[in-house]
Design a protein around this ligand. Structure first.
Ligand SMILES: Nc1ncnc2c1ncn2[C@@H]1O[C@H](COP(=O)(O)OP(=O)(O)OP(=O)(O)O)[C@@H](O)[C@H]1O
Ligand SMILES: O=C(O)[C@H](O)[C@@H](O)[C@H](O)[C@H](O)CO
Length: 169
């Protein structure tokens, strides 16, 4: 099977940027979970209110369906999706058990600086506190790779390739 990945992390950690680069490097389809949000979720975040489990549940179901289709077809794929909590990742794995989670991890200061330099995005910087508070790191029994965001996009992509190579040796 081709690579089937969810690139995860808090808002501004680089999920969209790194996810797109990984999909090109691995030659698999790419999707961004931000494009799957219902209007109400986008409006809520834009008002400065964090999403709750009930807001995220139907959205994660859509993402799970995308992953399941790409797993079943054997095409693989990269989905950029915050997937902050363990139970959200369990929900996605329920649809697509072969999913590997790639956590983009970084200090708040680095991520804040990046968020500040992309004006016009619907996600206000004020929600970063709740994003970090909600984030549950990958647990040892989860198929995953953790990568430091404080390096170039190319280096992050290479970090994934090296981690996966190291496993298959
Ligand atoms: N490794 C990197 N080095 C430098 N800048 C980066 C890197 N990764 C991402 N960026 C920049 O940081 C900003 C946030 O990245 P991006 O939009 O990909 O994050 P995100 O996690 O998808 O955010 P959100 O979930 O809020 O949509 C963008 O302006 C992007 O160009
Ligand atoms: O679970 C969440 O709270 C959401 O997915 C957010 O993380 C945003 O969609 C995204 O990151 C946009 O900035």
């Amino acid at each position: 099977m081709s690579h089937l990945l969810v690139v995860m992390g808090v808002s501004g950690s680089g999920k969209s940027t790194v996810g797109a680069a990984l999909s090109q490097r691995l030659r698999v389809p790419f999707a961004d979970a931000d494009d799957f949000h219902p209007e109400a979720n986008i409006a809520k975040m834009a008002r400065g209110e964090a999403l709750d489990d009930a807001d995220r549940w139907p959205w994660l179901e859509e993402i799970g369906r995308w992953l399941a289709e790409h797993e079943a077809s054997g095409r693989g794929g990269v989905m950029s999706c915050s997937a902050l909590r363990r139970k959200y990742r369990d929900q996605l794995r329920h649809h697509a058990p072969a999913t590997t989670f790639v956590l983009l991890e970084g200090a708040r200061a680095v991520i804040e600086r990046r968020q500040a330099s992309r004006p016009g995005h619907f996600m206000p910087a004020s929600l970063l506190t709740s994003q970090f508070a909600t984030l549950e790191p990958l647990e040892p029994d989860e198929d995953g790779v953790v990568l430091d965001v404080d390096q170039s996009v190319d280096a992050i992509v290479q970090g994934y390739v090296d981690a996966v190579d190291g496993r298959s040796r």
